[in-house]
Write a protein that binds this ligand. Structure first.
Ligand SMILES: [Ca+2]
Ligand SMILES: [Ca+2]
Ligand SMILES: [Ca+2]
Ligand SMILES: [Ca+2]
Length: 408
């Protein structure tokens, strides 16, 4: 089948033989339309209200759905690595039966998973895990075609402070790298660890150099030669901005660089980062620089070895509708694909824009194809090396949350 230029009909992700992930709920649904959201963790398309009261009120929704989450994430990564080529040739890729990843036998909560896949099809998953009575970062490895292995703790602190919001990437040989938000110093910092192929997780290292100011929700990307790119929300200037650090393969994390270029004290939220085949980096985040009642999706580009460019707005609506939860993917050539949830029609829809390599963001396009006013949100996107793109999101068109996907 030829690559199609538009988005396919949205398909619910459910049981075999079509797309048999039995997930019916996204694990970290905290996107309550109409509610003010204080922060968003965009890695893995997770949309989370970080106000403690809101977190408590949402906790009943956040039951233990790690399995579903990991399978969803796995599905997206597999789409990137395996199924996308299949989509281009014949429709009907099969999802395997669901499998539980965390191996604790008690009732501790596991949340906020992320996953990566190496060039041989081995999978690497991280999540935050309450099995020790406080949140830690846990990891599991699944050899291609095999089963998820014994879980390992990633963070190395001896205390009971919170570690949360992990992101993981893997290089082509299979060395894994993770970042997360770490409260071991009494305030949230960005920490990092790596696991050489076949080895254990390294000593944790701090990534942000912002002293005792808060940071939130790191995301992580890796290029084809193993250089790492970390992005997070940072309060060192007294208001939330988007910050970045770079780690050359085998080296240490560099001086932090500010990505968002608004200096008027407005709020920038945690974003997402991707890297193309030439080590150019692409970042997106929600941004309130155009008004406290108006959130937009902003973008910046960092040429390989260079600095972050002037920020650009991606959403093209004229009003003050809310745009949230952006995700970004790039292909090897540097074509960029952005996806977010958008309230311009009076309810949340999934919107998309495309930026050809070296070009500008194009006209926005709605991806979900339902005719009603149901909300669609909590998006994730993946691209393979060519121009195939898949999107996955949470969708209430049936009156309850289901997982839908589409491809182009
Ligand atoms: Ca902990
Ligand atoms: Ca700011
Ligand atoms: Ca807006
Ligand atoms: Ca909608």
């Amino acid at each position: 089948m030829a690559i199609i230029s538009g988005w396919s009909a949205a398909q619910q992700v459910h049981l075999r033989p079509v797309h048999p992930i039995a997930a019916t709920r996204w694990p970290l649904v905290a996107s309550v339309p109409g509610n003010e959201l204080s922060a968003i963790c965009a890695n893995f398309g997770v949309f989370v209200d970080r106000e403690e009261g809101q977190m408590r009120s949402l906790r009943s929704r956040l039951a233990v759905f790690l399995l579903w989450a990991l399978l969803l994430a796995c599905g997206l990564s597999l789409l990137q690595g395996t199924i996308l080529p299949a989509i281009s040739s014949v429709l009907g890729p099969l999802w395997d039966a669901n499998e539980k990843v965390n191996d604790d036998s008690a009732t501790a909560e596991q949340r906020a998973p992320d996953i990566a896949v190496d060039s041989a099809g081995n999978a690497y998953a991280v999540w935050r895990d309450y099995r020790n009575g406080n949140y830690d970062i846990y990891f599991s490895y699944r050899p291609a075609g095999g089963k998820w292995g014994v879980n390992e703790r990633v963070n190395d602190d001896a205390g009971v402070e919170v570690q949360e919001w992990p992101a993981i990437v893997v290089d082509r040989p299979g060395n894994a790298y993770a970042v997360w938000e770490d409260h071991r110093n009494g305030d949230p910092d960005v920490y990092f660890s790596y696991q050489p192929m076949g080895g254990g997780w390294s000593v944790s290292q701090r990534v942000d150099d912002g002293g005792t100011t808060n940071v939130d929700c790191p995301d992580l990307a890796i290029d084809s030669v193993g250089n790492l790119y970390a992005l997070w929300q940072d309060w060192r200037n007294g208001d939330p901005d988007v910050y970045f650090s770079y780690r050359p393969a085998g080296g240490g994390w560099g001086a932090n660089e500010r990505v968002s270029d608004d200096t008027t004290g407005t709020t920038q939220y945690p974003g997402a980062i991707a890297v193309d085949g030439a080590s150019n980096a692409y970042a997106v985040w929600p941004d309130k620089r155009n008004g406290d009642e108006n959130t937009d999706i902003y973008f910046s580009y960092r040429p390989s070895g260079g600095h972050w460019n002037a920020n650009e707005r991606i959403n093209d609506d004229a009003g003050i509708a809310e745009q949230w939860g952006p995700a970004i993917a790039v292909d090897d050539a540097g074509n960029a694909y952005a996806l977010w949830q958008d309230n311009r029609n009076g309810n949340f829809d999934v919107y998309f824009s495309y930026r050809p390599v070296g070009g500008t963001w194009g006209a926005n396009m709605q991806v979900n194809d339902d005719a009603g006013t149901a909300d669609q949100y909590t998006v994730a996107i993946a691209a393979n090396g060519a121009t195939d793109v898949v999107a996955i999101w949470q969708d209430r068109r049936s009156g309850n949350s289901d997982i839908y996907f589409s491809y182009r």
